[in-house]
Design a protein around this ligand. Structure first.
Ligand SMILES: [Zn+2]
Length: 257
């Protein structure tokens, strides 16, 4: 794509965002690849070493928490080595400017929060909290809390990261809050996800059914590009979003707020 076209897309995105009343973002693994978090699927992904059906299922955790904790510990190491990239920072800045109301993320990497985003709906849970399987106590994550081969609560119960494992239900309030945002928004930026896994895949569809504009930013075309997205900007979000922020905050595109 020639640079003029890219510039035009960035300007129109800035324009659309500045006029939105309730813009939100839906993000997935693609936004964090440039932060050093490999996609779980595919070559070199975590699932290659730790097949998901063995290491990341709820039933597997109940029967063999030791095995699954080996995987979780590697996951925590991967996450602590990662840092937010310009796309995460740009979304945080858009929120600060009042142009983005919330982020619904399918990621469990905490990078939106580390970049400064405040209203982050973590659709697949969080790695930053641990829950006791016996008494239900919730503890903040720390290196110390997960030091044992199978981390346990004071009560002796097994601790589990509060992430949604395969075969585990998404928490009712996460689902409800995300659906509410999808119903409320007039712009949904879909970034780094092909949104094909139910129920996250329903969110752009819900938003569109209520008249929202769906803007997709992915490195390649997805099923969304064909059926759901009004606009598909193909390419890196970390290159484009900061330029959108620049336009908006320089006042070149006047803020509608
Ligand atoms: Zn407990």
């Amino acid at each position: 794509m020639i640079e003029d076209e890219v510039q035009e897309q960035i300007e129109s995105l800035a324009d659309v965002l500045s006029q939105a009343k309730h813009a939100i973002a839906l993000t997935g693994a693609g936004i964090s690849v440039e932060s050093g978090i490999p996609a779980f699927r595919g070559e070199g992904g975590l699932w290659e070493k730790y097949p998901a059906d063995e290491y990341a299922t709820y039933s597997g955790f109940l029967t063999n928490p030791l095995k699954q904790w080996a995987f979780f510990k590697e996951l925590y190491t991967t996450l602590s080595d990662a840092a937010p990239n310009p796309a995460h920072y740009a979304l945080a800045e858009l929120e600060r400017l009042g142009m983005l109301k919330s982020i619904i993320t399918q990621n469990i990497d905490n990078l939106h929060q580390r970049a400064g985003s405040k209203r982050v709906l973590e659709f697949h849970g969080t790695t930053q909290k641990l829950e006791c399987m016996s008494c239900g106590a919730v503890l903040p994550f720390s290196e110390e809390a997960i030091a044992a081969p199978v981390p346990t609560c004071r009560c002796g119960g097994v601790l589990k990261p509060m992430i949604v494992l395969f075969g585990e239900q998404i928490a009712d309030d996460s689902l409800r809050n995300a659906q509410n945002e999808a119903l409320l928004c007039d712009i949904m930026l879909v970034i780094g996800t092909s949104a094909q896994v139910v129920p996250a895949s329903m969110l752009p569809v819900i938003a569109k059914s209520r008249g929202a504009m769906i803007l997709e930013m992915n490195v390649e075309r997805t099923l969304l590009s064909n059926d759901v997205a009004d606009v598909s900007l193909l390419g890196s979000a970390s290159l484009r979003l900061p330029r959108v922020v620049e336009l908006v905050s320089d006042g070149i595109i006047p803020s509608g707020a």
